[in-house]
Design a protein around this ligand. Structure first.
Ligand code: GPU
Length: 826
């Protein structure tokens, strides 16, 4: 953890008053051990100690938490609500100690109790409430919102089972249930009194109310209750402690009782089972949509609860409904919460009796939409029959929004019916479907992409017509990651050196890392830099050995690709290169190549066969390479199982090379690329997503660039791409594919990888073969650069020094200034 936190917190009497000193912590841990875990030290399990310490830390957050909530309720300020189906928050204990500045005190307290703090921290179950980048981004943004003391709330779903645990058996991914709540969650406070009802199914009726106004009544077939489960989100060394509010579904008792009374006990239980299923499990698909009924129900459930909660908070603030948009802004994290457009309209029209124009004005001023993908297969749409059966009233509202919107389009472009069809909220080309990205765009005052390139492509392709109609609504906010978790917490060795070199201020102002540049060529500083990296690699080597049994040498170049497994991210391009290297080394054992350790990590969606086959391939290559004596000291291949936030803490700090090799134009931003850069890894990458800006910041000479550009990719695919031509033109590539097809990496079974090889030879949708030659050439430049340690270390230092832009603090300031009109209240 960052150096000497004792200097950053109140000391002596001041600390004792806040209960932040080691002695009072020790006392409370003991108390909690008895009063909450019902255990004495002599019989306490390590997990009991974890719980006792976590409760003690949570207690120390409570005062700030309550104060912060009160401040927001009282102040005439706008609150940012971040609506997201995923929050991949990662383990909490270490992070909360860091942000409170009491890590040293906790260490001393635990030591006095005979416990090792790091061991206790390592026991925390990962709250895996997200799939990958999108969910982790939401968590980084919560950390920055609190640190910048901006009034904010995160709203999402409290999944009982998060993302599955990945095990590897015979080289294949096997999914295991994630029972993260089994031993209890000390960070969560359930609030049975903060609960809302959500309608599903049934029918609507229109009638005139007592005042003679037209009103619609939705008679639901089923109601589900959402109960708030709150997690504190403390800022870094500030008084602010924001809230992550996740909704858990419960059965509505009155429904059960009614059925029970008429004797339908099993019917009542059945009803209960359905409503309690709603927040049971996170859908494990990253990007491709799956069109499942329960998924739509989850989305509507958490959006409706969140909007109802905002309306209740408005009342608590004593503000009239007309002021809703002045008091709240809701950021939609991709289209998953985009049903908010229809639901906010419904609440304002049907429940509050507002007129359409006023309700629409409030809705649009409240909502803003972030797009996270251009991949057509990932753009959410819902078939009308499914949508109607689940959400009849929201569907009517969507029809009316669409009618009014298309009138506007027709007025602007008379006679241009193909434009009307393109822009409609309903896709009428096949079976009729609702286009959620269009709904989100029409219902928002701001739309943004997540990296400069992505935002341009968004304006030029997927949302082109909309950008033409409302150019002023379109923005870019390049993603960022929190330097607290992804540098200070996970890389304590480097954090100490940074403190010493540029001062401790870097943790809350990452641009201060620029101060490292002056030391980039200093031989003594370089030695310390390398020693830290080496120590981090030793730690990762230990974890690799315990997870896979394979021993790796920390002196090798650690070449790492960790992220979800996807064809567009091209783990298979990396795999092809490993096979080629293996072949070269087999043929020419004396070849002067730097020893490399390739490390992969990442989950495949359970239904994504090709991604699972890529995992099998990497493990197949690993098995052959790691057991070949001729490869000893030259080449190692590791598939690190169950990549998650917890294991990420050991992986980013140990990387020499960061693989960011997606097909240009396909990765919206990437955020792993930023975490690697901060920790001093050099990037090998395409001009895709935030790589473009990473290269700009680092300097082209400190980045290994290869591959087709986005416009080349587009042209090649338009003109007809022929993967076989690239194979014919490149012996090494052909031999690598042949070796894979031969069964060499599948214990002689040549059938195993056939679908993968055939797919590449015939289609290669993501142009891995077209980029292969340039990738291999670029890897040769990496090899040469590695042979010069001083030059490499200089580049590594400059990458960290110039990573300031990629702090989520910068990103959140941009959202605050450009999209939310929201200022910190310190
Ligand atoms: N992303 Br859409 C996800 O992780 N899941 C999704 O469902 C969608 C996008 C990612 C993008 O792939 C990645 O490029 C980006 O950095 C991240 O969202 C955060 O913006």
């Amino acid at each position: 953890m960052a150096a000497n936190p004792t200097t950053r917190v109140p000391g002596g009497a001041e600390a004792a008053r806040h209960g932040l000193d080691a002695e009072s912590l020790q006392r409370d841990v003991l108390d909690n051990l008895v009063s909450l875990q019902a255990r004495y030290p002599a019989i306490a399990t390590p997990h009991d100690w974890y719980m006792a310490l976590s409760y003690s830390v949570r207690d120390r957050l409570l005062l700030r938490w309550v104060d912060t909530v009160q401040r927001y309720a009282a102040a005439d300020v706008r609150v940012a609500c971040y609506l997201s189906a995923e929050f991949l928050i990662g383990p909490q204990l270490g992070n909360n100690l860091l942000n409170l500045g009491i890590e040293a005190q906790a260490r001393a307290a635990m030591l006095a109790l005979g416990q090792d703090l790091d061991t206790v921290i390592a026991l925390e179950e990962e709250p895996g409430l997200g799939n990958g980048g999108l969910g982790r981004l939401a968590a980084c943004y919560l950390d920055s919102l609190a640190t910048l003391q901006m009034p904010a709330l995160g709203y999402g779903i409290r999944y009982e089972f998060g993302i599955f645990r990945q095990a590897i058996r015979d080289g294949w991914q096997v999914e295991e249930t994630d029972k993260w709540l089994q031993k209890g969650n000390p960070w969560e406070i359930v609030r049975p009194d903060v609960a809302y009802y959500v309608n599903f199914g049934g029918h609507t009726q229109s009638a005139t109310d007592a005042e003679g106004r037209f009103r619609v009544r939705w008679t639901a077939a089923n109601q589900v209750k959402g109960v708030a489960c709150d997690t504190p989100v403390p800022g870094y060394r500030v008084e602010t402690c924001n809230t992550l509010r996740l909704w858990k579904s419960e059965a509505v008792e009155s429904f059960d009782l009614a059925d029970f009374n008429v004797g339908d006990y099993y019917g009542a239980v059945q009803e209960k089972v359905i409503s309690e299923t709603l927040s049971k499990v996170l859908y494990p698909n990253d990007e491709p949509e799956m069109g499942k009924r329960l998924r739509l129900a989850q989305q509507y459930f958490f959006v409706s609860c969140s909007l109802q909660d905002m309306l209740r908070l408005l009342e608590l603030k004593g503000e009239p409904i007309e002021r809703f948009a002045d008091m709240f802004v809701a950021q939609l994290n991709d289209t998953h919460p985009s049903i908010a457009v229809a639901e906010l309209m419904r609440l304002l029209l049907d429940e509050r009796g507002l007129q359409w124009e006023q309700a629409w004005d409030i809705t649009r001023r409240t909502l803003a939409y972030t797009n996270h993908t251009l991949l057509p297969e990932a753009l959410e749409t819902w078939g009308l029959p499914l949508f109607r059966s689940l959400l009849p009233r929201p569907l009517e509202i969507i029809y009316e929004i669409n009618r009014r919107f298309l009138d506007e389009v027709r007025q602007r472009h008379p006679g241009d019916e193909s434009r009307v069809a393109r822009m409609s909220l309903i896709d009428e080309s096949g079976d009729r479907r609702i286009r959620m990205a269009h709904l989100a765009t029409v219902g928002s005052h701001a739309v943004n992409g997540v990296a400069a390139l992505h935002s341009s492509l968004l304006r030029e392709t997927v949302l082109r017509d909309f950008a033409e109609l409302w150019p002023e609504r379109f923005h870019n906010v390049t993603n960022g990651v929190t330097p607290r978790r992804f540098l200070a917490l996970c890389n304590p060795g480097l954090a100490r050196l940074l403190d010493e070199t540029v001062g401790e201020g870097w943790i809350a102002d990452l641009t201060r890392l620029r101060g490292l540049e002056a030391h980039a060529d200093d031989a003594a500083f370089q030695r310390r830099w390398r020693a830290i990296k080496h120590a981090n690699k030793e730690v990762l080597a230990q974890h690799i050995q315990s997870a896979t049994g394979v021993v790796v040498d920390p002196r090798a170049l650690f070449d790492i690709q960790v992220k979800r497994i996807h064809e567009y991210k091209r783990q298979h391009l990396n795999a092809l290169y490993m096979v080629a290297l293996y072949q070269r080394l087999r043929r020419e054992p004396q070849l002067a190549l730097a020893p490399r350790c390739f490390v992969f990590g990442g989950k495949a969606a359970p239904g994504y066969a090709m991604a699972k086959l890529i995992i099998r391939l990497i493990n197949g290559i690993a098995e052959v390479v790691n057991n070949d004596p001729a490869m000893e000291g030259r080449l190692k291949v590791i598939f690190f199982p169950n990549f998650n936030v917890k294991s990420a803490h050991h992986i980013y700090p140990a990387a020499d090379l960061s693989e960011q090799i997606s097909t240009a134009g396909k990765e919206a931003s990437g955020t792993g690329n930023m975490k690697f850069m901060m920790n001093g890894a050099l990037t090998i990458g395409t001009l895709d997503g935030a790589n473009v800006e990473i290269r700009e910041e680092a300097g082209a000479e400190n980045f290994f660039l290869f591959g087709l550009r986005a416009q080349d990719v587009e042209r090649l695919q338009r003109e007809g791409y022929r993967p076989a031509d690239h194979v014919a033109a490149h012996d090494e590539l052909r031999e690598a594919l042949d070796l894979i097809a031969s069964g060499h990496f599948s214990r002689g079974e040549s059938e195993v990888f056939r679908p993968l090889v055939e797919n590449l030879m015939q289609w290669d949708h993501f142009l891995a073969l077209a980029d292969y030659a340039d990738y291999a050439a670029c890897q040769a430049r990496v090899d040469a650069a590695w042979q010069d340690p001083a030059g490499w270390t200089r580049m590594s230092i400059l990458n960290t020094a110039r990573s300031g832009k990629f702090s989520s603090d910068r990103a959140i300031r941009e959202y605050g200034d450009r999209i939310w009109s929201l200022a910190p209240i310190g």
